[in-house]
Design a binder for this molecule. Structure first.
Ligand SMILES: [Zn+2]
Length: 298
């Protein structure tokens, strides 16, 4: 009998090669997408704060920046990461980017066809939505709307959606789970009916234009804890299911806008203000929705 069977020797060498390879020691770098809106940021309690010409808008920008830096710090506390932050409110030029954690990439401006989900692709491990709000028509949701005031209702495959659900479906089509979302209590209640994830409630809505606030320091503490909890449970996070082709039903605030939208080939008229289109993918659906509410005006 030989002292070392050659096959056993090969196996031992393989085990050593694996044990000392860098992959065995370094955890995979996480890739996280963060979309940040403003209405649901802690400390924002008036409509004016969310408008660039309004009272205390500068404070809202600071609060928004501080919340995002808190989430980023928590992600890095968990492990090394590639993070893309997509500014998702109004003109999408809100974060004080000179104060933003330098370890992240920051996507600015609203002239982008995919708006709030621009930059998200299937290479990301998770998406986080910060500062969100309830959908158009939500009873009592703080500054509830969908895209803009020109949308009365939006349905994807017969499911009525707001910005949160729409963006979660877009992420779902890319197999990316939403692991954390924040906003007022009405947003949280509405969003978690469709998206099984954790939320941070940043304020209590008091009708559509007022909110009872939680101090921003307390909100940041909750965001930090929930971010770490979300990453600890990343393996069990489930992307939202979406079947393609995708039926988009869009209810405009005016019949004139619906008249103009009918110039898009393949568009069907449902009633005076409602149109419907079957898109081959969620990506096509999302781009079309953005064209309908943002670039077709009346
Ligand atoms: Zn917004």
């Amino acid at each position: 009998m030989k002292l070392f069977d050659s096959n056993i020797l090969k196996i031992i060498l393989l085990i050593f090669a694996f044990a000392f390879s860098p992959e065995a020691y370094t955890q995979k770098k996480l890739k996280i997408f963060i979309s940040v809106d403003m209405e649901g940021i802690g400390g924002v309690g008036t409509p004016k704060m969310t408008s660039s010409s309004g009272k205390d808008y500068a404070t809202a920008r600071q609060l928004m920046t501080d919340e995002i830096n808190t989430v980023i710090a928590a992600i890095f506390e968990f492990g090394d990461a590639d993070i893309l932050v997509n500014d998702s409110h109004g003109d999408m030029q809100n974060l004080l980017h000179l104060q933003l954690d330098p370890r992240v990439s920051y996507l600015q401006s609203n002239i982008k066809p995919l708006g709030m989900v621009q930059g998200l692709d299937s290479s990301f491990d998770a998406a986080i939505f910060i500062g969100y709000h309830a959908k158009a028509g939500n009873l009592g949701g703080f500054l509830a709307h969908t895209g803009s005031g020109s949308v009365k209702g939006l349905w994807i495959n017969a499911l009525e959606v707001g910005e949160g659900e729409l963006n979660a479906l877009y992420a779902g089509a890319l197999d990316v789970p939403v692991v954390l979302a924040s906003g007022d209590d009405k947003f949280s209640e509405e969003f978690t009916k469709t998206v099984k994830t954790r939320t941070v409630i940043t304020k209590t809505a008091v009708g559509s234009s007022a909110a009872k606030l939680i101090h921003p320091d307390k909100v940041k503490e909750m965001l930090k804890n929930k971010t770490i909890e979300a990453l600890e449970n990343l393996k069990s996070a489930k992307p939202l299911n979406i079947s393609e082709p995708v039926t988009v039903r869009f209810k405009s605030s005016t019949t004139t806008r619906a008249d103009v939208i009918m110039s898009i080939p393949g568009m069907k008229r449902i009633d005076g203000t409602t149109v419907e289109y079957t898109a081959k993918s969620m990506d096509e659906a999302y781009r079309l929705i953005r064209v309908m509410y943002k670039y077709i005006s009346w």
